[in-house]
Ligand binder design. Structure first.
Ligand code: NAP
Length: 243
């Protein structure tokens, strides 16, 4: 019998991450809910259990290298590999804003979590991803990370000037492109996925989509078959997103 795939979803205690975890579990994947707070993780596990879905959790804070190292040790000892990494955890900051007024410390906090934290988790998990037969890495990006969208006056996102957040997602896209290039001779693929404008805590529950809808494309890319495997792409529900 083929082993079940193992997935780690960061920031999976709520929002899009919890929905990604739910949909992966529904697809028969062994899901690990990454959360920085144990009680919030327990609530997420209980939430999934009400739908007959099992998952486990582990403590992982993108800003805490010891927690990342410990997560690697736990996954290594329990599974010896990682098939799917969904880099979902991310933040906005109330002090972020247009370049002329955004608080630099807010931009630093956002960069630390959304980019440096994502880079740190990805690097740490790579040895386990390399042990899987065909690992998939999904980086949660945003149309707001597109330089093309940011410079297009006809785009609905043209006025969404959050220099820290938008730059952090552009940096995540750079991680996708460079890592895909580095891994081009392996069976590991890595893509940036924009979930759409989703009603979660991060958006103050504004948006056009539910978390369930926002999770669909990230899950599709987490489950890419060998035949459909693409790497180094930036996608949204309507197709390829310009960089
Ligand atoms: P959310 O509901 O606020 O959830 C964010 C998750 O990230 C939470 O579980 C949060 O944990 C976790 N997190 C934050 N900082 C962390 C850290 N240092 N270490 C570990 N976990 C951390 O947001 P969401 O809307 O679901 O967003 C998920 C991802 O999609 C983000 O990367 C976001 O940028 C991206 N995205 C969202 C939208 C949208 O419209 N919602 C659009 C484009 C992209 P706590 O509960 O402990 O805070």
């Amino acid at each position: 019998m083929e082993n079940k795939r193992i997935a780690l979803v960061t920031g999976a205690n709520k929002g899009i991450g919890l929905e990604i975890a739910r949909q992966l579990a529904q697809a028969g994947v062994d899901v690990i809910i990454g959360a920085r707070d144990a009680s919030r993780a327990a609530t997420a596990i209980a939430n999934l259990a009400t739908q007959g879905l099992a998952a486990q959790s582990l403590s992982i804070d993108l800003n805490d290298h010891a927690s990342i190292a410990s997560a690697v040790d736990i996954i290594a000892s329990q599974y010896g590999r990682l098939d799917i990494l969904v880099n979902n955890a991310g933040i906005v900051d109330a002090l972020d804003g247009p370049p002329s007024t955004s608080a630099p410390e807010a931009a630093r906090r956002i960069m630390d979590t959304n980019f440096v934290g994502t880079l740190a988790v990805t690097q740490a998990m790579l040895p386990l991803l390399r042990k899987a037969p065909a690992a998939r890495i999904v980086n949660l990006s945003s149309s707001l990370g597109s330089l093309t969208v940011n410079s297009d006056p006809t785009s609905p996102y043209y006025d969404a000037r959050l220099i820290g957040y938008n730059a952090s997602k552009a940096a995540v896209n750079m991680l996708t492109v460079q890592l895909a290039q580095e891994l081009r001779d392996t069976d590991i693929v890595v893509n940036s996925v924009s979930p759409g404008y989703v009603k979660t805590d991060l958006t103050g529950h504004n948006g056009f989509m539910t978390a369930e809808e926002g999770a669909r494309l990230p899950v599709q890319y987490a489950l890419l078959s060998r035949d459909d495997a693409v790497s180094g792409k930036f996608v949204e529900a309507s197709g390829i997103t310009p960089w």
